[in-house]
Design a protein around this ligand. Structure first.
Ligand code: SAM
Length: 340
C-alpha cells in the first residue's frame, strides 16, 4: 500500500454511520503501578513476551489503518514506557507517518527522560494519569511511592511546551478532598484536568458503589468554587470528555462519564491490544486476533484492510452491551489489558 491515497469509500466506517479515525494502541499490558481501580481480585497473568506484537507488526498495522483513514494514534498500555524500545518505536512511527496525530497516555513515572523526544516527534498531547497531588494518597492509590517522578515529568513536559492533559479517576472520598489542588493546577498551568468515572473493569473487579463518585458530584463541588461554562464539543481533541472553562481562570475542567452519560454514538475508535487483537468497543469482550495475519508476509495488506473494513461494520453500540451487563463488570479484562 502506498501512503497518501485513501479513496473515501475505502475508509473505515460502521453500520451506524460512524467513521473510524482513531486508534488506541496498547504496546504492553505491563505497568509499574498497581492502581487500585485498575486491579481485580482475579489472578492476573501478564501476557508472555513472545505473544506481544513486535514493533514491526504494529507498524504494519498502523500503515494499513493509516490508509483506511485513521488520523490519530494513541500509545497506551499498561504503561507504554515500561516496554523496552518504546522511545525508538515512537521515533519510527513519526518517521513513517509525518502527518499522523500521535498521542500518549502515561502514568508519567518514566517519562522525564523522553520529553525531548516527545517534543521532537511533535506529540499531539500527553494524557497524564494523575489521581492525587499528595504523596501519601498517591502511594495509597497506586501502590508505589512515585509521585516525585510524575511531578518531575510533568514539570519537564510543561517547560518544553508539550500539551499535557491530566486524567484523574474520580474516587469517592479522595477526589473531592483534592478538588482545590486540581483546580489550582489547571489554572496555574492553563491545562485541561479531566475526571473519569470509575468503571467496574475486569472479572472480580474491586469496584463498589461506595468508591464510585459520579462526576456530577465533582461538578457540583467545583461550581461552589468557580463558575463553569460548557465549551463547544470538539470530538477530535476532547474525545468523550465534556469540557468546561472556568470563569476568570485558565485551564479547563472535563468530565468523562462512561456509565452515566453514554457517548457511543460519536465513538470513532478502534483498539489494538498488545497481543495484536482488535477490539471494536471497550465494552465488547469479543477480540479479533490479527497477529497471525500481521506476522505473515504472504498475507497482503489489502486483504487485512478488507478484513478490517468488514469487522468495523460490526462495531457495536457500547450502551446496548452495558445494558445487558448491568450489575457485572463492563469488560472481562482490567483496563491495563485493554489500554483504556
Ligand atoms: N499506564 C497508562 C496510564 O496510567 O495512563 C495508560 C494505561 S491506563 C489503563 C489508561 C487510563 O485508564 C488511565 O487514565 C487510568 O486512570 C484509566 N483507568 C484504569 N482503570 C480504570 C477504571 N476502572 N475506571 C476508569 N478509568 C480507569
Amino acid at each position: 500500500m502506498s501512503q497518501g491515497h485513501v479513496s473515501p469509500p475505502l475508509c473505515l466506517g460502521d453500520a451506524f454511520g460512524r467513521s473510524i479515525q482513531y486508534l488506541r494502541l496498547s504496546v504492553t499490558d505491563r505497568c509499574n503501578l498497581r492502581c487500585s481501580y485498575c486491579q481485580s481480585n482475579a489472578v492476573h497473568e501478564f501476557i508472555p513476551h513472545e505473544h506481544i506484537l513486535h514493533y514491526e507488526e504494529i507498524l504494519r498495522f498502523v500503515n494499513i489503518v493509516y490508509h483506511l483513514g485513521i488520523e490519530k494514534v494513541r500509545l497506551t498500555g499498561g504503561e507504554p514506557f515500561v516496554r523496552k524500545g518504546c522511545a525508538e518505536f515512537l521515533w519510527m512511527l513519526r518517521q513513517k507517518f509525518p502527518s499522523l496525530d500521535i498521542r500518549i497516555t502515561s502514568n508519567g513515572t518514566l517519562l522525564a527522560e523522553h520529553v525531548t523526544l516527545l517534543k521532537r516527534i511533535r506529540v499531539g498531547a500527553v494524557n497524564l494519569s494523575l489521581d492525587s497531588f499528595d504523596a501519601e494518597t498517591f502511594a495509597t492509590i497506586t501502590g508505589r511511592k512515585l509521585l516525585p517522578q510524575v511531578l518531575a515529568s510533568l514539570e519537564k513536559l510543561l517547560a518544553e511546551g508539550v500539551v499535557v492533559k491530566i486524567n484523574a479517576v474520580a474516587l469517592r472520598g479522595i477526589t473531592e478532598r483534592e478538588i482545590d489542588n486540581f483546580l489550582s493546577f489547571a489554572n496555574t498551568y492553563g491545562v485541561d484536568v479531566r475526571f473519569i468515572e470509575f468503571m467496574p473493569m475486569g472479572r472480580d473487579t474491586l469496584w463498589n458503589a461506595s468508591r464510585f463518585c459520579p462526576v456530577s458530584d465533582l461538578l457540583a463541588l467545583i461550581e461552589e468554587r468557580v463558575r463553569l461554562q460548557p465549551c463547544p464539543s470538539d470530538e477530535r481533541s476532547d474525545g468523550p470528555a465534556r469540557m468546561f472553562s472556568m470563569a476568570g481562570r485558565k485551564g479547563r475542567i472535563g468530565v468523562i462519564s462512561p456509565l452515566s452519560n453514554h457517548f457511543c454514538h460519536t465513538c470513532n475508535r478502534l483498539r489494538l491490544t498488545s497481543e495484536g487483537a482488535l477490539r471494536l468497543c471497550l465494552f465488547d469482550d469479543h477480540e479479533y486476533p490479527l497477529r497471525p495475519m500481521l506476522c505473515d508476509p504472504t498475507v497482503r495488506d489489502e486483504d487485512i484492510a478488507a478484513y478490517l473494513r468488514k469487522l468495523c461494520q460490526t462495531k457495536p453500540l457500547g450502551y446496548d452491551l452495558l445494558r445487558a451487563k448491568k450489575g457485572t463488570a463492563v469488560a472481562r479484562s482490567v483496563m491495563s489489558g485493554i489500554g483504556g
